[in-house]
Design a protein around this ligand. Structure first.
Ligand code: PEP
Ligand code: MG
Length: 878
């Protein structure tokens, strides 16, 4: 809770802050403060703290006591420094008012520029600059932004008036508008403002400022900001700081401009200054991706002295922060102003290369490098790429903004992207540019393509953060949003037609193209090796087939934590045998079908055990309810009814009736809580006896070939020691018998899954008869919460997350308080979906588990996350 009263400091001058006050001043505020301290040219200003924002909400959206007095005092100091005064007709101070949270939320919250302009100061600005067109343009931009952001007026109203003014004047671009035309436009904007708000546009700059500050506070809780925080897992209660800063104008003349630059290439990680410059423009033009920018070398060509100075600051800032910086700057009539420095968002490839390079340069240590790469980012390195050998002709090319390739149906608006994506269709969202209102569609899209914008445009930043392939600035592609089509090079792609984008090269292709699996780069191998040196948790993989096991091994898995044998039963040529086995009238008939399955299963196990030789392979006995292997009951009712009515195919009808009767017998109201897991072994022991025989025969045969097979047989859904004992009583003799028959002994184990609360609670007792345990956190989550794992996510978990009833989806990240508590004090592994989730891996590390088991593709992610869990503990890792 904030301290009350006069003593509370709500406002900091830039010269008072530092990078260590990021919680309080937000990322932007801390950055400008640090640059100010370092003696760099930063337009003077002040920061209102995040604490003030929290207090604003705590007080029911009213500014905290004493805050305004402090703003006025700090403002006076800024005025003194700049020699300009807010509202002074002769030498007016104009300011920007920007949000700045602790974690960057690009474009999510609001900014007002040119604040302080009114009828009087407009005249002052005109005289000072000698440029009436510039002054009027600044004024109309201010009214537009203030109206839209502070008063919530529909931005389209202003845009329409601007378009109409350009049409009247026969102008193509904004700067072509003449002063008289702009004056008229300013009047029109004010009329819109009056009509929409029923009040006049505020003339008093202090009033403008106060309203803008409140609007920035309010923008912390807009639906799009809330949605972004959810996606990025940023807490809702941090609040935003507000930065009030003297305006620097990049649009004042030809020796002015604005730009963004990264101290290293944020896409590849290469050590080079990388960014965009826009001559004679204001900052918002770059980030919004409205105009196509030129590379930062444009600044070098136009203003070499400014470029050299900027280059020097960039190098100093990177060294100072010991990380790649994302810089914003403006040049006003040949003078460089630094506006922002923050740690740069980067692709997975860049993150790995930069981390490894910085260790080599002596800038950071290995554990730091390991902690620097977001585990989820590694997935980008794991994305498929378009096969270069395929020699395809792209239909267009843009700026590669986020790597990986994706194929999907083209859609031209975010709502359709969301709708189709939620239906499970792969879509590519195609836009002229994106803005924060498109984020919901970007989340559901497999890839994003825009025809304008640069590497720092909204689409690029957001896609990179989400790990979606993205191409921006594909200017040769004409996007027709009305017609829902794109055309390029004589080709037209309409909504619903497939395209492929390659965010690594920037190429766009028609239809589906052949892709290749990525191979880990030397730097990735190095980083993972460092992670392996640090981590304590082992990383295993879930794999059902030899090809998956191979992938897992290549990715560094130390065992197979879960091989789900029922997946093998589902294959097309096997299913009829499995069905015949289930439908069998007698145990003998069932045995006959099982005999057919035995060699097939033995082959499956031989393959996976051979691939994983020398490493443990946990093979789980059949788990799902048997009716999952049989046809759908409702379909059978429909089919038999039709055959009965038509009287056709009596023989087929009889067969189907029999099938229907058996399916009906096996039907359950709650199959996930029904006859499945070890309960199947108890009722139909011949099925799992066959499986154990297949496993042991495969292992013995391999042993004879001198292949070190290490099967671990896992019994699912055990709830009590007696249940486990009953199953083992059936199965252990089979394992012994096979070894006798084969004349060899192999290393094998019997163990169980802990996936229902009773098993967790009585684990100490169950341990008497289990040689190993593994947490099945999918079922454990289902049974602990009483949430159906099949329906809950689609039915209500999304709403729970929206309402904040749940902070995270418990099927994605382990619920630490409940499920996590059931997992404490047992030294074992985990093989639920959570095994690949970085946050859950941290918890597993803290709980002292031995290993996590996840999808083969995620093994590198898990290796990194397991190392980060150690680094986060802050203990020395040499
Ligand atoms: C589990 O329940 O967590 C598990 C790994 O098994 P399955 O998902 O196959 O039920
Ligand atoms: Mg399970």
């Amino acid at each position: 809770m904030a301290r009350k009263g006069r003593a509370q400091k709500w406002v900091y001058l830039f010269s008072e802050g530092s990078k260590d006050l990021r919680d309080l001043l937000g990322g932007k505020g801390a950055g400008v403060a640090e640059m100010t301290r370092a003696g760099m040219p930063v337009p003077p200003g002040l920061t209102i703290t995040t604490e003030a924002c929290r207090e604003y909400y705590a007080r029911g959206k009213r500014l905290p006591e004493g805050l305004w007095e402090q703003v006025e005092k700090a403002l006076a100091a800024v005025e003194k420094k700049t020699g300009k005064h807010l509202g002074d007709a002769a030498n007016p101070l104009l300011v920007s008012v920007r949000s700045g949270a602790k974690f960057s939320m690009p474009g999510m919250m609001d900014t007002v520029l040119n604040l302080g302009l009114n009828q009087k100061t407009l005249d002052g600005l005109r005289k000072l600059t000698g440029d009436e067109r510039f002054a009027l343009d600044a004024y109309r931009r201010f009214i537009q932004m203030f109206g839209k952001i502070v008063k919530g007026i529909d931005g389209e109203l202003f845009e329409e008036a601007l378009t109409e003014a350009k049409r009247r004047a026969g102008a193509k671009t904004d700067p072509e508008l003449k002063p008289a035309q702009l004056r008229k436009l300013v009047d029109e904007f004010k009329a819109i403002y009056r009509k929409e708000t029923k009040e006049d546009f505020p003339e008093d700059p202090k009033r403008q400022l106060r309203q803008a500050v409140e609007a920035v506070f309010a923008s912390w809780n807009t639906p799009r900001a809330v949605a972004y925080r959810r996606l990025e897992k940023i807490p809702d209660d941090l609040g935003t700081a507000v930065n009030v800063q003297m305006m620097a104008f990049g649009n004042m003349a030809v020796d002015s401009g604005t730009g963004v630059a990264f101290t290293r290439n944020p896409i590849t990680g290469r050590k080079e200054l990388y960014g965009d410059f826009l001559a004679n423009a204001q900052g918002e033009d770059v980030v919004a991706g409205i105009r196509n920018t030129e590379p930062i070398s444009g600044l070098k060509r136009r203003l070499p002295g400014v470029y050299r100075q900027f280059e020097e600051y960039a190098a100093r800032l990177e060294k100072h922060y010991r990380d790649v910086q994302d810089l914003e700057f403006t040049v006003e009539r040949g003078k460089l102003w630094m506006l922002q420095t923050r740690s740069a968002k980067r692709t997975g490839e860049a993150a790995v290369n930069i981390a490894v390079d910085m260790v080599r340069e002596g800038l950071i240590k290995r554990p730091e490098a390991v902690a620097r790469v977001e585990p989820r980012q590694l997935e980008q390195l794991i994305h498929p790429r378009v096969d270069p050998a395929a020699r395809l002709e792209p239909i267009g090319k843009g700026v590669p903004a986020s790597p990986g390739a994706a194929t999907g149906q083209a859609v031209f608006d975010a709502d359709t992207a969301e709708e189709w994506g939620k239906q499970g269709r792969a879509v590519i969202l195609v836009r002229v540019e994106t803005n924060p209102n498109d984020v919901h569609g970007m989340i559901e899209a497999k890839g994003i393509l825009t025809s304008t914008g640069g590497t720092a445009s909204h689409a690029a930043l957001v896609a990179r953060g989400m790990g979606r392939p993205c191409i921006v600035g594909a200017s040769a592609i004409h996007v027709d949003l009305k017609e829902r089509a794109l055309s390029s090079n004589g080709h037209t792609v309409r909504q619903g037609e497939e395209i492929t984008i390659d965010g690594t090269t920037g190429n766009v292709y028609l239809g589906r193209v052949s892709m290749i699996e990525p191979k880990p780069t030397p730097n990735l191998k190095t980083l993972l090796r460092w992670a392996d040196e640090i981590r304590r948790l082992e990383v295993w993989a879930n794999a059902d087939y030899p090809r998956d096991a191979l992938k897992a091994r290549e990715n560094g898995a130390q065992g197979i934590g879960l091989c789900r044998t029922e997946h093998m039963f589902m294959e097309e040529e096997r299913l009829p045998v499995v069905q015949a086995m289930i439908l069998a009238d007698s145990a003998e008939e069932r045995e006959k079908q099982l005999e057919k399955l035995l060699p097939i299963q033995r082959g499956d196990f031989e393959g996976i055990l051979r691939t994983m030789r020398g490493l443990p392979v946990v093979i789980r006995l059949i788990d799902p309810p048997l009716h999952e292997f049989l046809p759908n009951y409702d379909d059978l009712v429909a089919e038999t009814t039709e055959l009965r009515i038509t009287g056709k195919h009596p023989h087929k009808l009889a067969e189907l009736e029999k099938l229907k009767a058996r399916v009906e017998e096996l039907r359950e109201a709650n199959p996930m809580l029904g006859l499945r897991g070890c309960r199947l072994s108890i009722l139909f022991p011949e099925i799992t006896r066959m499986q154990v025989r297949a496993i042991m025969e495969a292992a013995c045969d391999l042993k004879k070939q001198r292949v070190d097979a290490r099967p671990e047989i896992m019994i699912p859904l055990v709830g009590s020691l007696s249940e486990l004992r009953a199953v083992k009583l059936e199965l252990e003799p089979v394992a012994e018998q096979v070894q006798k028959e084969k004349g060899v002994r192999v290393r094998y184990k019997f163990g169980t899954m802990i996936e229902i609360p009773r098993a967790a609670l009585t684990a100490a007792e169950i341990a008497e008869d289990a040689q190993f345990f593994s947490f099945g956190t999918n079922d454990l989550t289902q049974t602990t919460f009483g949430f159906s794992r099949d329906d809950a996510e689609g039915k209500f978990i999304v709403r729970y997350l929206e309402k904040g009833i749940l902070k995270q989806n418990p099927f994605e990240t382990i619920d630490e308080k409940g499920v996590g508590r059931l997992m404490a004090d047992l030294e074992i592994g985990i093989c639920g979906e959570h095994g690949g989730d970085p946050e859950s891996i941290r918890l597993c590390h803290q709980l002292g588990l031995d290993y996590v088991s996840c999808s083969p593709f995620r093994v590198p992610v898990a290796r990194l996350a397991a190392a980060q869990a150690v680094v986060a503990e802050g203990v020395s890792t040499k």
